[in-house]
Design a protein around this ligand. Structure first.
Ligand code: AOF
Ligand code: ZN
Length: 354
């Protein structure tokens, strides 16, 4: 199963909104086939593993990180392929939370005389698919907040300069996160201030859909985002249409109207729209205000906090989350973690929202 997990990870960033799945086929104590879900719409892990078998899988055992599917989707049910292959036993990591499967795959295998054991490395398999497990059971995507700050909790110096807080290795990892997540969300202030591209600059990287919260459509036509919108899908979320909407659309942007309170866009409504379009995950790379807004909307599932060994000081220097803040400690947003990784001189702390 550990090998199956390793294989599954190779699909990272390519399978959204489908899960990461790995499979290993063992006969007489020897691995005779391996496979993983390589890309969205492609063969499922089980079929790839069966296809790769170096000998007849009849009587073999299958290790698969997620319950085999039993529905006709983009591919026929994997249960059919497993039954036909003559595999005699299946070890499953997680039961599939997809309502179309949800235990039915296991039931069908058992009805065909195949032994099934579940919960093998359950936790580790689940870790792989935090995004999928959330997405398939909710009407909003899995949302992660990412920011880089100094040891004294600043995301810029008092003049606003923020390039760069962290070093090259940490920033490289951010490119990987952009590849992993289906969309990236930021606010108009970041676009005006930094003129970012918000793409995934790694080899073979998949660019996230760029989503800009821009209630009054202030985004500069000359910005890199607008100028590249014909190549990288770009959504501008605004409170109402104005004469600029058409110009943006002519340049390839999609203008979405989702008005909320206080002249801001309704983030939850925006998330619901994204979810309907099969966007399973959103990485928020914004400033203090947008970070606060997504927290206030109750939309955050995960936090990636990079910490650089620097101290800026300064009352005017901004911190990762501003807004009104809570009145009492007992009102704090609580997190589980951290998982700690070191990137050069910087630390990455990963937390899940409780
Ligand atoms: C995958 N890859 O290896 C496994 C999946 O859209 P479809 O037809 O490809 O079906 C996707 C569903 O199949 C997915 O939501 C999950 O419930 C199940 N298993 N999916 O993409 C795989 N084993
Ligand atoms: Zn399947």
């Amino acid at each position: 199963m550990r090998r199956a997990i390793e294989l599954a990870q190779k699909g990272t960033g390519h399978t959204n909104p489908n899960p990461l799945v790995g499979a290993v086929i063992v006969k007489d104590g020897q691995v005779i086939g391996e496979g993983f879900h390589e890309a969205y719409g492609g063969l499922h892990a089980e079929r790839n593993a069966l296809k790769s078998c170096t000998e007849d899988p009849k009587g073999a055992e299958l290790y698969v990180t997620l319950e085999p599917c039993c529905h006709y989707g983009k591919t026929p049910p994997c249960t059919e392929a497993v039954i036909k292959s003559g595999i005699r036993k299946v070890y499953v990591g997680n039961v599939d939370p997809n309502p179309k499967v949800a235990g039915m795959g296991i039931k069908i295998l058992r009805e065909h005389g195949i032994k099934v054991e579940t919960g093998i490395l359950d936790e580790e398999c689940r870790e792989l698919n935090d995004i999928f497990f959330y997405y398939i059971t909710h009407d909003t995507p899995y949302v992660a907040l990412k920011y880089a700050m100094t040891l004294d909790g600043k995301i810029a110096v008092k003049t606003g300069e923020s390039k760069w807080i962290t070093g090259g290795e940490a920033r490289e990892h951010v490119q990987f996160l952009r590849h992993r997540y289906a969309a990236i969300l930021t606010g108009i202030h970041t676009v005006i201030g930094d003129d970012p591209m918000l793409n995934a600059r790694i080899e073979g990287g998949n660019n996230p859909v760029r989503v800009i919260c821009d209630s009054r459509l202030r985004i500069p036509i000359s910005s890199k985002i607008v100028q590249s919108a014909k190549v990288i899908p770009t959504i501008i979320a605004a409170c109402e249409r104005n004469e600029k909407a058409q110009r943006l659309e002519a340049l390839g942007c999609r203008v979405l109207i989702c008005p909320g309170k206080d002249g801001k866009t309704d983030l939850l409504e925006l998330m619901r729209i994204l979810r309907k379009e099969k966007i399973d995950s959103v990485l928020v790379e914004g400033g203090a205000d947008i970070n606060d807004s997504v927290i206030q909307a109750g939309a955050v599932n995960k936090v990636y906090a990079f910490i650089a060994p620097k101290i800026f000081g300064g009352r005017q220097a901004r911190s990762p989350v501003e807004g009104e803040g809570v009145d009492k400690i007992s009102d704090a947003l609580l997190l589980n973690g951290p998982e700690i990784t070191r990137f050069g001189e910087d630390l990455l702390l990963e937390y899940k929202v409780r």
